[in-house]
Design a protein around this ligand. Structure first.
Ligand code: ADP
Length: 422
């Protein structure tokens, strides 16, 4: 293993994995802190997905350190702390405290911090984070329910979360390339700075920063900054040219989609799927019972499995969601549907399904938990940000695609299986 990464949430981890695979590194995402003795996958990079973004500070630090210890034991040469490209955190953390703990544990004294992801509109200029054309604190992130970002100056934001000091490598330096960026970071470290926020406006900047940090024990940032890491390892003779970094094993079997996202994109994707695949719409308002709904759905799927992919959806337009929430309460409604879909996914796998698409972030969490998935080997992307993966854990290995609600083109549910067949 060359790179060992710790991500502060699940979908962020997958995002980083996809970036590494694109950079020619075979990558596995591990869910939660691996147990001591959990076998080390034979890959170039492992990303440990935590749920530490909004956890209590101590828990976030402890889990991150436990993940680091496992990655070190597994032989990783360089470490990466992945957080959101909008620097999602509170005054208390968790980016600062976790980074402090990792810097201390590695004894490296310094780490760069760069959440920039120009492809997604996240750029940093003079230490200020922009989302599209507006500052972070005017992007809507100032109203985030858990991590409101009310200051776009990342030097200030990170300074409030650490007892170390924070410097800046400005645009004019980064724009000169890797050598100038490396020298600037070395100077900041010599001046006693623990962190450098590094400006980046284009992918060329990210490549330069990645190259400049080739000798760093720890990098921190969004997935964008990982864009050049594969090239670093190749240059050092540690990573061969791999044409097969996204290769997954062939796993044949019945195919299914389970959808719990009510996002606009998913509703449109279901609309498209209705013209091509058998679709069952659950009606939690009429039958607010997970056992009954899942039994009905599994018996509906029964004789269809093995033919075309089957689609089972709880997804509904806002007025239907509101009706269920009015009846059960918001949390109960979500929990009921998640429990139902997780049971359905479990039943489908028990009936032989080996290629499964799950739509919805929370829904994916519920399904992965229920299936006992421990790790995901990352394959090729179906659409940006949604790769096929090979899931392994307590059940049989299967091909699993976990789609964030708003991701994917309209033909996603059809295209996903076509890609596997090709
Ligand atoms: P997304 O990625 O689009 O945000 P999530 O799975 O994260 O999707 O969130 C969708 C939430 O909506 C889940 O908690 C799911 O259980 C809930 N949900 C799905 N269908 C319904 C429905 N018909 N009524 C009420 N809540 C629903």
């Amino acid at each position: 293993m060359l790179l060992g990464a710790i991500a502060d949430d699940f979908t962020g981890a997958t995002d980083l994995c996809s970036m590494l695979v694109r950079g020619g590194m075979r990558t596995v995402q591990v869910i939660g802190v691996p147990q001591a003795g959990q076998p080390v996958p034979d890959v170039d990079a492992v990303v440990v997905a935590l749920k530490s973004r909004t956890a209590p500070v101590k828990q976030a630090v402890d889990e991150s350190l436990a993940a680091l210890a496992w990655l070190r034991d597994a032989g990783a040469r360089q470490f990466f702390f992945k957080y959101c490209s909008t620097f999602d955190s509170t005054e208390q953390g968790n980016i600062g405290p976790v980074a402090d703990a990792l810097v201390a544990a590695l004894g490296c004294g310094f780490a760069l911090a760069c959440p920039a992801f120009p492809t997604n509109g996240r750029t940093i200029y003079q230490g200020h984070l922009f989302v599209g054309s507006v500052l972070l604190n005017e992007s809507g992130m100032e109203n985030h329910p858990l991590t409101p970002m009310t200051d776009a100056n990342l030097v200030r934001v990170l300074s409030r979360q650490t007892d170390g000091t924070v410097g800046l490598v400005p645009f004019v330096t980064v724009d000169q390339g890797a050598a100038a960026t490396r020298d600037a970071m070395t100077r900041l470290k010599e001046q006693g700075r623990r962190y450098a926020i590094v400006d980046a406006i284009t992918d060329a900047h990210l490549f330069a920063i990645g190259e400049a940090a080739a000798g760093h024990a720890l990098l921190t940032g969004g997935s964008g900054i990982a864009i050049g890491l594969g090239a670093n390892f190749r240059k050092a003779g540690l990573l061969p040219e791999r044409a097969d970094s996204a290769a997954l094993p062939n796993i044949d079997g019945p195919r299914a989609v389970v959808a719990g996202s009510c996002s606009r994109a998913t509703l449109a994707q279901l609309g498209f799927a209705r013209d091509h695949l058998p679709v069952l719409d659950l009606d939690p308002l009429a039958t607010p019972d997970a056992a009954t709904m899942s039994a009905t759905a599994l018996s509906w799927a029964g004789d269809k499995l093995g033919d075309k992919p089957v689609v089972i959806a709880a997804s509904a337009p806002p007025e239907k969601v509101a009706a269920l929430q009015a009846k059960l309460g918001r949390e109960q409604a979500g929990a009921l549907v998640e429990e139902t879909l997780a049971r359905i996914a479990e039943g489908l796998v028990a009936r032989g399904v080996r290629q499964l698409v799950v739509a919805g972030g929370e829904t994916s969490g519920a399904v992965v938990g229920r299936l006992g998935v421990r790790s995901l080997r990352i394959g090729a992307e179906i659409d940006p940000g949604v790769p096929w993966t090979c899931a392994a854990g307590s059940g049989p290995d299967l091909l699993l695609a976990l789609k964030s609600g708003n991701f994917g083109a309209t033909d996603f549910f059809v295209k996903a299986f076509r890609i596997l067949a090709d």
